[in-house]
Design a protein around this ligand. Sequence first.
Ligand SMILES: Nc1ncnc2c1ncn2[C@@H]1O[C@H](COP(=O)(O)OP(=O)(O)O)[C@@H](O)[C@H]1O
Ligand SMILES: [Mg+2]
Length: 368
Amino acid sequence: MASLTIENLRKNYGAVEVLKGIDIEIDDGGFLVLVGPSGCGKSTLLNTIAGLEEITSGDIKIGPKSVAGLHPSKRDIAMVFQSYALYPNMTVAQNISFGMEIRGIDKSEREAAIQKVADMLQIGELLNRKPSQLSGGQRQRVAMGRALVRDPQVFLFDEPLSNLDAKLRVDMRTEIKRLHQRMGTTIVYVTHDQIEALTLATKIAVLKDGHLQQFGTPAQVYNDPENMFVADFMGSPSMNLIEATVVEQNGKLAIHIAGDGAGVTLPVTLDGLRNHLGNKVMFGIRPEALTDPEGADRTGSDIIQQDCLIEVVEPAGSDTFAVTHLGGVEAIARLRADAAIEPGQTAPLAFNMTKAVFFDPQTTARIR
Ligand SMILES: Nc1ncnc2c1ncn2[C@@H]1O[C@H](COP(=O)(O)OP(=O)(O)O)[C@@H](O)[C@H]1O
Ligand SMILES: [Mg+2]
């Protein structure tokens, strides 16, 4: 296993620049997830690490060594793709061992390696089957087995679960996390699914239009987003982003949100907002930080109750979501499953302002 360093990486297709100066560094044994909307450059970045695409400028290092000019076969990586093309005429065991055969590894060593990954992935009883006799999830396991048998410096995964149904995707996600914990391998994993990113990663790189928007731990990216794109993209339901005006109330800083009647005024403590006095900012609050007063986080030191008109109530099993209107947009509050709340009712909602974040609406950057 090895660390991975990406330095000011740029990639052009003809005149079009699709990676615009990416810097990422992960430690040996890290689990890096590249996440972002379709077309943002995730696969291109992964393919440059694999050596399947040449880079235009910058550098890629596996361990201390630059691999930028190296052929894919010389980089000591193994890759699992979204479409896990298995050889249809070969058994599972043959599919897994084929690469080793090519490299001239002898039979007893091959068999030991097959047994090891078969145990790891719980596919021992499938070894003599053909791919056509496997379910989608089993095929995906075999494709992973083919990569795992290599014992490379870095594993690369490109949306390996996106062809699976929802339940299986969640199971395999846990499986991959377990594998990583057990093997301590360095992994780079591409997904457009922000939940997958948050659950799997030790470090997340959020990409948009070939630009790195934020690089950090799942908690940093979720709780401390650098800009409105990251705030909105990570988390489900999305963070509420509400237009507000910075005002002074009895000599203290507050934000005013237009709404029914007088709207809502909330005291704020963030000093950086003073530079925006009299101006509009975007107030960001996650659904779980906007809740029924009984369900509010008891550790939050700055919880403010406000009456809000509840328009829609959506029970979701473990939680109930309530939709209200703030600053001209729908805002979603996440309540306890058994919160007594009815549509059409005006109910107190608790704003956990310790979790609030603010953005400059012009630049979309975080106000600190
Ligand atoms: N071979 C190629 N030639 C030209 N443009 C490409 C090529 N491959 C990808 N692109 C473009 O590069 C951008 C990033 O693509 P990709 O890395 O596949 O995105 P993602 O994996 O995030 O969905 C897209 O705009 C895509 O159209
Ligand atoms: Mg892709």
